[in-house]
Design a binder for this molecule. Structure first.
Ligand code: SF4
Length: 64
């Protein structure tokens, strides 16, 4: 699994970083900066799926 954040969709709610802070880092304005897809370790898959679910902007993009 890989994950990235669509910078055009992200509205800076920061929910992804609350669910999976190991993966999602917020910039100084509260936006998740993850432009390039990163590989997600197996033990983080559930958290990343949860982050995608709670993102109000559907900005978290999972590539299986
Ligand atoms: S939850 Fe969604 S909108 Fe909020 S910072 Fe994360 S990616 Fe952006």
């Amino acid at each position: 699994m890989k994950v990235r954040v669509d910078p055009g969709q992200c509205d800076g709610y920061g929910k992804c970083a609350k669910v999976a802070p190991e993966i999602f880092k917020l910039d100084e304005f509260g936006y998740a900066s993850l432009d390039e897809a990163v590989e997600v370790a197996a033990d983080m898959h559930d958290k990343v799926r949860e982050a995608a679910k709670v993102c109000p902007s559907n900005a978290v993009i999972i590539e299986e």
